[in-house]
Design a protein around this ligand. Sequence first.
Ligand SMILES: [Zn+2]
Length: 226
Amino acid sequence: MTLCSNSILERYTPEGQEAVSLFCRRWTCETCKKTRIQQLYAQITGGNPTIFLTLTSKPHQGETPNDAAISLVHAWTTLRRRIKTYMRWRNLPSLMIVAKTEAGWPHLHIYLRCKFIPQKWISEQMNNLIASPICWIEAIKDQGDAARYMTEYGAEQAHQFGTLKRYRASSDYDQRPKHEPPEKREPGWNWQVVRDNIDHWCKSWRDVGWLVTFKTPHHGMAHRPP
Ligand SMILES: [Zn+2]
């Protein structure tokens, strides 16, 4: 197995030496991209969205796709604030994904947990903000519906324009129960970051006669020889 990471976390335990691979978590990494997409899917459904909103950007002369993406994301920030004022909502749980059209132009897929917002009013706001009135708003009826939207307009299309983030969620969006990891793996909690990869780490312990076992392909234990 090829690993994207050249770092592991390592610690001493009464049973022996333990190591866990650290992944790069980059979207451009084939290994990590799959994980990131799965995590994004889980986060989208975790917010129990009721509304799916698409905002587009009308190409303007001299504008690059990166410029357009920045304007669009800024427009969403303002629109989100305006929606709350207009609808008199205290909160607006939302998850926004920056996607790319076939022509390479940005548009936004936004999952919301709220009541319906008039399409015409959103269109007017977007026209006022960045002269891009085209938008769609649809109700997400149930989990099956949410899954359908995600497949069609989901995580896979998340695209990075310039240095913009591929997606962004408000802190109140995700409703999944917060789960604590079974044990802390941050450096400093007995764990140390070591420049190595798990395959090489195993080999070096085997070479000195230790027995290496795996909890997962990315989590090894080296046991002292009897
Ligand atoms: Zn990676």
